[in-house]
Design a protein around this ligand. Structure first.
Ligand code: ATP
Length: 261
């Protein structure tokens, strides 16, 4: 499946073309075909669920969207910019499954969120009032104001995820790529993360969220993509999460050495 063609644009707000526009993406790791002709278009202010079994290519797609992997074929535009341009402009934030943070590392939540402002500061990285205000707003948006002075290592997994989302908000990112935000968090934290995501969408930000939580997808996603090396289905959660399509995705999830060659 390929993406809807759209004229590149330089804007990053609502109504300025797709926030995420990828087409014809093929990625190989040696002999392993990880993504094949993948297309994805997500409009501004939308939450899109990225669904697929282990090994279906979700992390590879994230890495491609953020420019860490150069696809063999295909094209990615984020708000009309290449991944490198979008990253340099701070337009995109990637929240991986587990941040490599040493729990004993003495850094407060507020410091982590302030890191999102580094691109806005001079070489001395001395925060100005605008930086402090952006951090306060991001902490508020993610419900972390009361934990701002807590050590990052003293947070729960869900709170830590919110701290990294807050860093992206402070940075001014418009596109968020969230890799398994619910992994290892309890139901209460999951609800809080969903509230945060909805608020971000209401602010006009765009979220691509990989998840195994198929039951919850209809609750918080406007649209969904079912990935199994290729795009098997995309549309509303109701259109995508049909028993037949899920069976297809999970059936295709079994290794097929002949196809991987
Ligand atoms: N560095 C690598 N070298 C070789 N093969 C890789 C590499 N990274 C991923 N793969 C393979 O590419 C395919 C897609 O992997 P990817 O990590 O993108 O899947 P995923 O959907 O994110 O999986 P999970 O849900 O387990 O995180 C898999 O077959 C995987 O084994």
């Amino acid at each position: 499946m390929t993406a809807t063609a759209a004229a590149p644009s330089t804007g990053a707000g609502r109504g300025a073309g797709p926030a995420i526009d990828a087409s014809g993406i093929t990625v190989r790791y040696g002999d392993v075909l990880a993504l094949e002709d993948v297309g994805l278009t997500v409009g501004p202010g939308r939450i899109c669920g990225l669904l697929g079994t282990n090994g279906s290519g979700k992390s590879t797609l994230f890495s491609t969207l953020i420019g860490l992997i150069r696809p063999r074929t295909g094209r990615v535009l984020l708000h009309g910019r290449t991944p490198d341009q979008a990253r340099k402009a701070g337009l995109v934030a990637y929240v991986p499954q587990s941040e490599r943070i040493d729990n004993a590392f003495p850094v407060r939540v507020r410091d982590v969120v302030m890191m999102g402002r580094y691109g806005h500061m001079g070489p001395m990285r001395r925060p100005r009032r605008a930086d402090r205000e952006a951090v306060d707003q991001a902490l508020d948006r993610t419900g972390l104001t009361d934990l701002a002075h807590r050590q990052i290592g003293a947070l729960s997994g869900g709170q830590r995820k919110r701290a990294f989302v807050a860093r992206g908000i402070a940075q001014g990112a418009r596109v968020f790529l969230l890799d398994e935000p619910f992994a290892g968090v309890d139901k209460g934290s999951e609800g809080t993360i969903i509230d945060v995501m909805r608020r971000m969408r209401d602010d006009g930000r765009t979220l691509l969220v990989s998840t195994h939580d198929l039951a919850g997808v209809g609750d918080f996603c406007d649209e969904a993509v079912l990935l199994q090396r290729r795009v098997i289905a995309r549309g509303t959660p109701g259109e995508v999460l049909t028993p037949q399509r899920l069976a297809e995705a999970f059936g295709l999830g079994r290794p097929d050495p002949a196809e991987e060659a």
